[in-house]
Design a protein around this ligand. Structure first.
Ligand SMILES: Cc1cc2nc3c(=O)[nH]c(=O)nc-3n(C[C@H](O)[C@H](O)[C@H](O)COP(=O)(O)O)c2cc1C
Length: 189
């Protein structure tokens, strides 16, 4: 079983990383292999809305014409048994790198080809409000909406704030173990 964690945080030791690591620890202890991807360190351009209609080749062929790291990350998502999407909450919403990635993913997932090995794949969302602590819930709503739009089977959305991060770590480990079990029960289509 493989679980990929995609992070919208640049900080590999930050609060989002700490919370996500707890989920991955739980999954690893349950027998999963895990891989972490930090989007800000990669080349993920924003969608350029290729045609005047706003659409592009994504609508018909389920691929994106931009040549950057997007396609290789999508491949890793396809090969994984489950995916954890972790983002810091910025202004109560997704971080810019997570937004750029998911904006493009939902476009290719508008086609059957694009959804191959994504449709019904178990996914978990994690939103960490590490400043004042507001906005983790609204961030979860944004993330859940776009993951549903891509076709994932969104098993859980977890809001965390700076004030409760430490208290939630044990639960996050349990969430990771539970995700591993769910992924085993439901092999990707
Ligand atoms: C542009 C920006 C907006 C942010 N907005 C919020 C916010 O609305 N609520 C909050 O609690 N924290 C906010 N933060 C803090 C982040 O949620 C984040 O947890 C913090 O920067 C730590 O990031 P890390 O998890 O990548 O270590 C913001 C940070 C940035 C850079």
């Amino acid at each position: 079983m493989k679980i990929v964690m995609i992070s919208g945080s640049r900080n590999t030791q930050g609060q989002t990383a700490r919370a996500a690591s707890a989920i991955l620890d739980g999954a690893e202890n349950a027998g999963c292999v895990v891989e972490q991807i930090f989007l800000p360190a990669l080349d993920i351009e924003r969608c350029i809305q290729c045609e005047d209609s706003g659409w592009g080749i994504c609508r018909k062929e389920g691929i994106c014409i931009l040549e950057d790291d997007f396609a290789s990350i999508v491949d890793k998502v396809r090969q994984a048994d489950a995916v954890v999407f972790a983002t810091p909450s910025y202004y109560g919403d997704l971080s810019e790198s997570m937004r750029a990635f998911l904006d493009r993913l939902r476009r290719i997932c508008a086609t059957a080809e694009g959804r191959i090995n994504i449709q019904d794949k178990p996914a978990m969302g994690l939103c960490v409000a590490g400043g004042g602590g507001g906005g983790s819930l609204s961030c979860c709503v944004s993330l859940e909406k776009v993951l549903n739009g891509c076709g994932f089977d969104v098993l859980d959305m977890i809001p965390v704030k700076r004030q409760n991060l430490k208290a939630k770590l044990n639960n996050l480990r349990l969430n990771g173990a539970w995700l591993a079990t769910a992924a085993k029960l439901k092999p990707a289509s």
